[in-house]
Design a protein around this ligand. Structure first.
Ligand code: KG4
Ligand code: ZN
Length: 342
């Protein structure tokens, strides 16, 4: 085993084709090709996503080697996302990774997408604190596909404390954004518009969900009905109130997340919170978590924005931890689309 291995991370679980090369925990290159084609459909079209990965993956890989300034023969392992995600998209990354590893006669390492979002914090300078979180910590994974609270005891020992019972938080933001006429994925547009809005203007009810679980589908329906109702007498309702609507929705989501994380800390006595996943790029969520944790004297780790959303570096760092333990996979491993218990 090399002390400072060079590992490539390949991510193709949804609509970003992302490739990164790391040496130990340093990023040498981090290439992300966004698939803008889905904007035309208001959501990710699985067949198109797979087709775009097929087209873009070799380009992203070549670019990664160029930027990292290393030769393919210098690689020590190929890590890639094995699930959860869109099966056809995962298959593209999986087959490509196997071929690359076979051609170079190096091990393949499969990585779970959710664990990858969490362990991205172990990339050098990955978060705004510029330091790694100590174990144990509570991870709040908020993305387009997942919403979970996970107790992380070490790189390989994670326990799910709570999950969404229906939609993921990012999925709901993206659906509401479509209703408001924004392009897919609209989470970041809601974030942008919120800056100019009053988050107290519209008070939406917080759903009551047991334990550390979440439910967001009711919020989606409630807001749809709310704007439809208001638009009957005032067809310009959305347009005239767009900033306040965005800010108020974000406030609701932020409050739900803060409440649940507060409960999780009380339950576990672990006062160290780690945010992960695309929605953790949201400015209100970041700022309110910073204030809340400061007030309670809890430690908080927030990924830099480029490492919040899907990227190859988070796959590669998980690859590194498995490489060090010699946890390699067989060539006939196959992807899974649904969330698997840790
Ligand atoms: O982690 P990610 O890139 O992919 C999944 O694993 O799903 O997360 C994508 C999600 C999308 O729902 C997107 O709208 C949301 O992250 N997102 C944001 C922001 N940036 C990305 N949501 C709110 N505010 C943002 N700034
Ligand atoms: Zn993700």
């Amino acid at each position: 085993m090399k002390k400072n291995p060079i590992i490539i991370g390949i991510e193709s679980s949804c609509d970003e084709t992302a490739v990164s090369i790391i040496k130990c925990n340093n990023i040498l290159s981090n290439v992300i090709i966004h698939q803008n084609i889905h904007k035309n459909y208001g959501g990710v079209v699985p067949e198109l996503a797979a087709k775009m990965h097929e087209k873009n993956l070799s380009i992203a890989v070549e670019k990664s080697f160029l930027l990292a300034n290393i030769k393919k023969t210098q690689l020590d392992a190929v890590s890639f996302t094995i699930g959860p995600g869109l099966i056809a998209s995962l298959l593209v990354g999986c087959s490509f990774s196997k071929s690359l590893a076979l051609g170079l006669n190096i091990p393949i390492i499969t990585v779970d997408h959710i664990k990858a979002h969490i362990l991205v914090h172990f990339i050098k300078n990955a978060n705004i604190n510029n330091c790694e979180p100590q174990f144990p910590f509570l991870a709040l994974v908020i993305s387009g596909g997942h919403t979970q609270i996970i107790q992380v005891n070490d790189y390989f020992n994670m326990k799910i404390l709570g999950s969404t019972l229906d939609n993921a938080v990012g999925e709901v933001l993206d659906k509401i954004a479509i209703k408001f006429g924004f392009n897919y994925p609209g989470g970041s547009t809601i974030d942008m518009f919120s800056k100019y809005g009053n988050s107290q203007k519209f008070k939406f009810p917080i759903p009551s969900v047991k334990d550390l679980n979440f439910s967001f589908s009711g919020i989606k329906s409630y807001i749809n009905k709310f704007v439809d109702c208001r638009s009957i007498n005032n067809p310009l309702f959305i347009k005239k109130n767009i900033f306040d609507l965005c800010a108020s929705i974000q406030k609701l989501i932020t409050n739900i997340l803060l409440n649940k994380m507060n409960m999780a800390v009380m339950k576990t006595n672990i006062c160290r919170i780690v945010l992960a996943g695309g929605v953790s790029a949201n400015n209100m969520i970041r700022n309110e978590f910073i204030s809340f944790c400061k007030k309670n004297k809890w430690e908080l780790f927030i990924p830099k924005k480029k490492l919040s959303t899907d990227n190859g570096a988070m796959i590669a760092i998980n690859g590194l931890f498995k490489y060090r333990e010699k946890i390699f996979d067989s060539i006939n491993v196959s992807p899974y689309s649904k969330f698997r218990k840790f």
